[in-house]
Design a protein around this ligand. Structure first.
Ligand code: SAH
Ligand code: SF4
Length: 342
């Protein structure tokens, strides 16, 4: 049984042709599914008799049922616990601020990278998500927004998991979500965040993938980084920086660097200067994320004043930066807080 949400438009047109129908009918089905969020194909006009039944025999559409729906106290953030076909669960977040809706999507159940301060890392790796399951999360958010006449425009692949550890399924999903006959998201409004999987960064550049890239740094020396991110041992900082430069040169664009600010650990002037020196020759934008609490890590977030001071040092190196607003913390929907314990 083919999971329809994970099939590209051209692949569906080919399959429909293989069943003896015209490719254009496959296109109509695909559009009904992705642009209108509907799989009641029998109700489609001008569809040849038999195609809806053939689809029902050979394909299925899983809309990822909602096991839990939580809204933050300020009502800007909404977190969904979604159930997959095999009973496993993932979290997907809808953020609404500055009149902009953003979906934060997961790419794996758990994560193998083991970053010490991250709830997903603390739960370990369970399995990769399929393309259909990644697309399904965006479709869920899109359908929620459609109910209030809004459109999904921004997607961040920053939920549970490491997207470049699940490269093929993730990239196939970005293509489907950007298809102009479907949700038609703009690739530049889709940001993929990686812990620093070097072969994946090089492949993104070689494949000229148009999504925006964010790289999680958190430390500007190899030794410090390796204590926070175990996989930094596999892809040391100098190798990572070389891959980032290759990406920027090949793609002719900048990278967002993420820096989780942990009080007394990586938020002092020395760390800020080290980061400034590391990135001063690069086209970069730094996103500073005050640490969000997780069960398995004792660290505390940097105070806003210290974050501002950190930002001022980066400015001395000509490095633009943003302090990410803390939202959805009361429902554990902030960066690094997603986990699915049912
Ligand atoms: N695996 C990818 C994307 C998911 S994590 C990555 O690591 O980049 C999304 C972002 O949240 C990353 O920058 C990550 O470092 C950050 N993060 C993880 N745990 C956090 C926490 N407890 N507080 C704040 N940010 C955190
Ligand atoms: Fe995985 Fe990213 Fe969490 Fe690290 S921060 S454990 S890479 S999800």
């Amino acid at each position: 049984m083919t999971e329809l949400l994970g099939v590209s438009r051209t692949a569906l047109m080919d399959a429909v042709a293989g069943w003896g129908f015209k490719p254009i009918h496959g296109q109509r089905v695909w559009r009904h599914l992705h642009a209108h969020g509907r799989d009641d194909f029998a109700s489609l006009e001008r569809l040849p008799a038999g195609l809806a039944a053939t689809l029902a025999t050979h394909t299925s559409t899983t809309w990822l049922p909602v096991a839990r729906d939580t809204i933050s106290s300020d009502s800007f953030t909404r977190k969904y616990l979604l159930t997959l076909d095999d009973g496993r669960q993932v979290e997907t977040v809808l953020m609404r601020y500055a009149s902009r809706a953003t979906a934060c999507i997961s790419t794996q159940v758990g994560c193998a990278m083991g970053c010490v301060f991250c709830a997903t890392g603390q739960m370990g790796f369970d399995r990769h998500l399929t393309t259909a399951e990644i697309v399904g999360q965006a479709m869920h958010i899109s359908r929620v927004l459609a109910g209030t006449g809004e459109r999904l425009r921004n997607v961040v692949l920053m939920g549970m998991g490491e997207p470049l550890h699940n490269y093929d399924a993730t990239i196939a999903a970005t293509h489907i979500l950007c298809d102009t006959a479907g949700l038609a998201l703009s690739p530049s409004r889709m940001t993929l965040s990686t812990v620093g999987v070097v072969p994946g960064i090089i492949r993104l550049a070689d494949d000229r993938e148009p999504v925006s890239l964010a790289v999680s740094l958190h430390a500007a020396t190899q030794d410090e980084r390796a204590t926070m991110i175990p996989v930094a041992k596999a892809w040391p900082l100098d190798v990572l920086m070389e891959a980032c430069r290759y990406y920027c040169d090949t793609m002719d664009r900048h990278i967002f660097y993420e820096w989780t600010l942990i009080a007394g650990t990586n938020d002092g002037p020395d760390a800020a200067h080290a980061l400034g020196r590391l990135l001063s020759s690069q086209r970069a934008h730094v996103n500073l994320i005050p640490l969000n609490p997780t069960e398995g890590y004792d660290g505390l977030p940097t105070h806003h004043r210290a974050a501002k001071a950190f930002q001022a040092v980066l400015a001395e190196y000509g490095l633009p930066s943003t302090i990410r607003q803390r939202r959805g913390i009361d429902i554990a929907a902030g960066c690094g807080q997603l986990a699915a314990h049912g």
